[in-house]
Design a protein around this ligand. Structure first.
Ligand code: UTP
Length: 293
C-alpha cells in the first residue's frame, strides 16, 4: 500500500490525569493551563493547522469538557463583546475557532495509557495515516515541528517521529531511537527503546511528542498487553509496527517545553512572554533583578 498518503487528521490525547501538576489539575485540565494568554492546547492545535491538518480529534476524559467548550462559540461572551464595541477581542476569539465540522471528541473512559488513548481514536481516524501531537509538549520553532515532519514524510513516507538530543546521562528517562542512514532533515530509525537502562542507550536522540503514524498501529494496539506502569504503551505498539513499516526521525531543532511539568511550564511562560513585543519590556528588568537577588 502507498505509504505516503496525505495526512489530514490529527489526534490530541488529552485524557491523562496530570498528577505532576496537582493541585492545579484537580478541576482544570492541564491542557487548559495558560502559556501567557492562551491555553497550551491552543498552541498545539495551531501547530497542526499550520501543517495542513484539516480535522482535529481530541481523546478526552472526565473533567475535560472545558476543552470542547474552548473550541466552540461562547454565545454570551460574543454578544457582550459586540455590545461593548470590543471589536479586537471579538475578532481574536473568532479567529481561534476551527471551522464547523472539523473537530471530533471521543472519550477514553479510563486512563489506561497513551497507546490506549490513541486506539480510542481508531474509528474517527479510519484507514488513513494521521498525526499525533502530545498537547503538553510545546514546541517553539518558526517552521512548526509538524510542518517539518510533513516535509520529511513527503520524502520518507511510512512513520515519522520527531526527535531531539538529550544529555546522554539522562537518556534512561526517555524513548530513545537508533540512528540509521540520513534522509531529508532526519534519519532512518534502526531501533526504539523506551527508557533504556543506564549506559545501554543506542543514542541520545529522544522521541519528543510528535508522530505521523500509519493506521496499522490501531490493529496492533487493539490486542496489545499492558506494559510499563501497567499501561498500554504507544512505544510497544510502534516497535511492532516497525517490523512491517519504516520509521524515520525528524531532527527537531527548536525549543521544547514539557508543560506537564512545573519547570517546563514556567520556562515556557517566560520564553513565550519574552518573545512578545507587548510583554518583553514589561518583564525583563524584573526578571534580571530577580536573578541577581
Ligand atoms: P503523560 O505521561 O504526561 O500523563 O501523558 P498524564 O497522566 O497526563 O500526566 P502525569 O504524568 O500524571 O502528570 C502524555 C499525554 O498522553 C495523554 C495525556 O493527557 C498527555 O497529553 N494520556 C496519557 C491520555 O490521553 N490517556 C492516558 O491514559 C495517558
Amino acid at each position: 500500500m502507498d505509504n505516503k498518503r496525505r495526512v489530514r487528521k490529527a489526534v490530541f490525547p488529552v485524557a491523562g490525569l496530570g498528577t505532576r501538576f496537582l493541585p492545579a489539575t484537580k478541576a482544570v485540565p492541564k491542557e487548559m493551563l495558560t502559556i501567557v494568554d492562551k491555553p497550551v492546547i491552543q498552541y498545539v492545535v495551531e501547530e497542526a493547522a499550520a501543517a495542513g491538518i484539516e480535522h482535529f480529534i481530541f481523546v478526552t476524559g472526565r473533567n475535560k469538557g472545558v476543552i470542547e467548550d474552548h473550541f466552540d462559540i461562547q454565545f454570551e461572551l460574543n454578544e457582550t463583546l459586540k455590545s461593548r464595541g470590543k471589536k479586537a477581542e471579538f475578532d481574536l476569539v473568532q479567529s481561534m475557532l476551527p471551522r464547523a465540522g472539523t473537530t471530533s471528541f471521543t472519550r477514553q473512559q479510563e486512563p489506561l495509557g497513551l497507546g490506549h488513548a490513541v486506539w480510542c481514536a481508531r474509528d474517527i481516524v479510519g484507514d488513513e495515516p494521521f498525526a499525533l501531537l502530545l498537547p503538553d509538549m510545546l514546541m517553539n520553532d518558526q517552521k512548526g515541528c509538524l510542518s517539518g515532519m510533513m516535509d520529511l514524510y513527503a520524502t520518507a513516507g511510512g512513520n515519522i517521529v520527531s526527535v531531539e538530543e538529550c544529555d546522554p546521562e539522562l537518556a534512561h528517562k526517555y524513548g530513545i531511537v537508533g540512528i540509521g542512514d540520513s534522509i531529508g532533515d532526519g534519519f532512518r530509525i534502526t531501533e526504539m527503546v523506551e527508557k533504556p537502562k543506564k549506559g545501554t542507550a543506542p543514542s541520545n536522540w529522544f522521541i519528543n511528542g510528535r508522530y505521523i503514524l500509519q493506521p496499522e498501529i490501531f490493529s496492533i494496539l487493539e490486542t496489545q498487553e499492558r506494559g510499563a506502569g501497567n499501561e498500554i504503551q504507544l512505544t510497544d505498539g510502534m516497535l511492532k509496527l516497525a517490523d512491517r513499516s519504516s520509521f524515520a526521525g525528524y531532527k527537531f531543532r527548536g525549543d521544547t517545553y514539557d508543560c506537564g511539568s512545573k519547570d517546563g511550564f514556567i520556562k515556557a511562560n517566560i520564553a513565550f512572554a519574552m518573545a512578545r513585543d507587548d510583554l518583553r519590556g514589561l518583564i525583563e528588568d524584573d526578571l534580571r533583578a530577580m536573578l541577581k537577588a
